[in-house]
Design a binder for this molecule. Sequence first.
Ligand code: DX5
Ligand code: ZN
Length: 220
Amino acid sequence: MTAITISASILSADFANLTDQIRQAESAGVDWIHVDVMDGAFVPNITMGPFIVETIHRITRLPLDVHLMIENPDHHIEAFAQAGASNLTVHIENTPNIHRTLTEIENLGCHPCIALNPGTPANRLEAIIPYVDMVLVMTVNPGFSGQKHIPEMVAKVIQVKRMLADQNRLARIEVDGGITAANLPVLVDAGANTIVSATSVFKYPGGIAAGVQALRSSVS
Ligand code: DX5
Ligand code: ZN
């Protein structure tokens, strides 16, 4: 049995019943709640900000895995840390002083994490591997839930795993986008140990508990 961490993305939750949806995800045994922050500039969609993170923090004790898909993330990390984020993930593509940003995230008491879009090569990570607790390999282009995963990202997960091993780092490898029970085993074999899912949790036809169970049993 492979132990995976499941980070349930509320992007596909029913926001009219958010508390109930999060309770159901908790009972189903998800490990983290994933919050997709989008600004309509770095990605085409606009979603939620620190206020929502703070609200969710009051609803659940699960760690909040906050994925920042925004321009100028440095301007906002303190607000997200204060709102209760556990992980703060910034994108390498738009964070020019990445070492400083990751150090600041750590100083704010959060886990510093770095995300790579599908078009960004793994070798961009080389110099910052010592400063990250998690690498997020995007398996879709960020912006929306419900997209189809890009199978070529399996090779990037393998590369990232090798790069972490070369530097003796135990950082997590997270995958995000289009994850289903059908494509998860290959990603886990490649080295992913932390899984983000919106659709396969909150929009699973048999309900949230069945969705989480399907993901877990696909790799057990
Ligand atoms: C995409 C977001 C994802 C998204 C995943 O930009 O980063 O976290 O919510 O949704 P699914 O699991 O439906 O692909
Ligand atoms: Zn995400």
